[in-house]
Design a protein around this ligand. Structure first.
Ligand code: ATP
Ligand code: MG
Length: 568
């Protein structure tokens, strides 16, 4: 590809609305352009990268025996009513009408459509197992689209859906996708981790996520290399402390705390740490408000809390009016002693003695609070986020925390959709049996952003070979003044292209500095510079995007090196 004909515009300035490096670099390198909030055009350079991702994904899905199809993006509401999700899915779902006032949505995912296909097409267990996939545009009306293509509203997903006659079959299909996903992310050259996950909106039982590790990741991952444990922090379990609680040493004392509204204010007044206090959060319960009690230094985990019987799902914090009515007090002065609501204590709270908390009276707190004396012995629950240093559920190691970008998610759905929508096949015994389903997503567009988060430097993108839009950039110096350079560059461009390289030939009449800066920004792995000086010596200047320095190589040596490093 000749740069002069490629229509690529790079930007020097960092776009103001881009918060993270991949978003900035994708705009600066001309991979994408924004249309509106969460909507992006993939420019020719970006589309080349996207197609590379798709190619690897498609090859590994095909290798795993999945069958590609293509479903409509627009889906009729009737199907979503059958599954019960028309009312459940909430504001993420973009709903619309046609001219006959029929209701539709723009698909955020395709369980309903594929289950409809399956119930029509699949008749007998002999047609199973089967796994259908597509690479297709989704829309989710995200509350906060950000980070460019990593959390956009319209995006491309590879979604696959498996159908099996029984749970054993589902586990085998799930295992094949687990292995295919591992192969995909290996091939893309990304550092990733597979973690246990919550099944969220989609429902079902077992689920795992594939995360590209990056400091800017929106998810926190708890892991322990010693016992091979890894989980999204959303679902990472905390254990009840097994060490005995200290013996109470203090008397219960109520004291005035004017102006104390937060745990930090309280700690400052008493000269204690947040771990010696508890905080009380009022949330909606299934039968009126309830109180969740956590150690002052711990964070509430909404995903785990909303699964506890008695706590409403989705977790909803009570508003001030509800808190005042239910407790007779106000947020900032709440505590478990004398609290007139059902109490749910986090495991860690049970390990405290002589702690401090609100007194359920505006402007007052307690200190010296103890279980068994001031409060009954608590029943405890898993309510908080794990923190670094917590024991692993297996008990053999301690947890570390890393940040990750979710690029893939695999679920065992079971019969949630097939049951609701009547997707059955004839079993070997002749009876109709509901199929067991799995579903498997990969964020095709998100992968491009995630790859840049993991592979860049101050000068620009450093594409992993398999994702690079071109593998070689050819930079002639003074081509518009030197016929030798022009001839040599044209010949080399033709030769490399013939050999199957994807070459970006920077034939612009521009200063070398401009060409070099663009080559770095765009991140093409191999750079070859042709100048009068190195031509005279029969050499080319070579530099890999990851190298600090360039080096001169004989023309043949340079070609050999490219051939050997060629990936596709
Ligand atoms: P998240 O937790 O990041 O919102 P999700 O769990 O809702 O994602 P899934 O339903 O598991 O997403 O979708 C499968 C994949 O699609 C995700 O693993 C992710 O890579 C991608 N994806 C989901 N939402 C978006 C989005 N708004 N923009 C880009 N990619 C997305
Ligand atoms: Mg997910």
């Amino acid at each position: 590809m000749r740069f002069s004909q490629f229509g690529l515009t790079t930007l020097k300035e960092v776009p103001a609305d881009a918060e993270i490096v991949s978003h900035k670099l994708m705009l600066r390198a001309g991979l994408i352009r924004r249309l509106a909030s969460g909507l992006f055009t993939w420019m020719p350079l970006g589309l080349r990268v996207l197609r590379k991702v798709e190619k690897v994904v498609r090859e590994e899905m095909d290798r795993a025996g999945a069958l590609e199809l293509l479903m409509p993006a627009v889906q009729p509401s009737e199907l979503w009513e059958e599954s019960g999700r028309w009312d459940q899915y909430g504001p993420l779902l973009l709903r619309m009408h046609d001219r006959h006032e029929r209701e539709y949505c723009f698909g955020p995912t395709h369980e309903e459509v594929i289950t409809d296909i399956a119930r029509r097409e699949l008749r007998s267990y002999k047609q199973l197992p089967v796994n259908f996939y597509q690479i297709q545009t989704k829309f989710r009306d995200e509350i906060r689209p950000r980070f460019g293509v990593m959390r956009s509203r319209e995006f491309i997903m590879k979604d696959a859906y498996s159908f099996d006659i029984d749970h054993t079959g589902l586990e085998a299909s799930y295992g094949r996708m687990h292995d295919a996903y591992s192969a995909i992310f290996e091939r893309l050259g990304l550092k990733f981790r597979i973690v246990d996950a919550d099944s969220g909106e989609i429902g079902g039982s077992r689920s795992q996520e594939f995360h590209v590790l990056a400091d800017s990741g929106e998810d926190a991952i708890a892991y322990c290399d010693a016992d091979d444990y890894a989980s999204n922090i959303e679902t990472a379990a905390t254990m009840a402390p097994d060490a005995d609680r200290p013996v109470p040493a203090a008397e219960l004392e109520k004291f005035p705390t004017p102006g104390v509204k937060t745990i930090d204010d309280l700690c400052e007044m008493l000269g204690i740490t947040p771990a010696q206090t508890v905080k009380t959060l009022i949330v909606e319960g299934t039968d009126g408000p309830v109180a969740l009690i956590l150690r002052g230094d711990h964070e509430l985990n909404a995903v785990k809390a909303q699964k506890i019987p008695g706590v409403a799902s989705p977790l909803t914090m009570a508003d001030n009016a509800t808190i005042n009515k239910a407790t007779g007090s106000e947020a900032g002065s709440l505590g478990p002693v004398g609290m007139p609501l059902p109490l749910f204590f986090d495991h860690a709270v049970a390990g405290l003695a002589d702690f401090s908390c609100g007194a359920n009276e505006a402007g007052f707190h307690f200190k010296g609070v103890n279980f068994g004396r001031d409060l009954p012995e608590p029943e405890t629950f898993d309510l908080r986020n794990v923190v670094a240093g917590d024991p692993t559920p297996g008990g053999t190691g301690t947890l570390s925390i890393a940040r990750g970008i979710e690029v893939g998610h695999i679920f065992q759905l079971g019969t949630k959709y097939s049951e609701a929508m009547g997707a059955t096949v004839q079993a070997p015994d002749g009876r109709n049996q509901v199929m067991e389903m799995g579903c498997y997503g990969i964020g095709i567009t998100r992968i491009v952003g995630a790859a840049i988060e993991q592979n860049h430097d101050d000068d620009g993108i450093i594409w992993p070979g398999p994702l690079a839009p071109f593998d070689v950039v050819l930079v002639p110096i003074n081509m518009h003044r030197s016929d030798e350079v022009r001839d040599a560059a044209e010949t080399l461009y033709a030769e490399l292209t013939d050999q199957g390289h994807e070459v970006l030939f920077d034939d612009r009449d521009a200063r070398p500095g401009v060409k070099f800066a663009d080559a770095e920004l765009v991140g093409i792995p191999h750079r070859l510079v042709i100048s009068d000086r190195n031509l005279a010596a029969g050499e080319l200047e070579y530099r890999h995007r990851r190298d600090a320095e360039s080096r001169n190589l004989k023309r043949e040596e340079a070609l050999k090196l490219l051939k050997e490093s060629s990936v596709s």
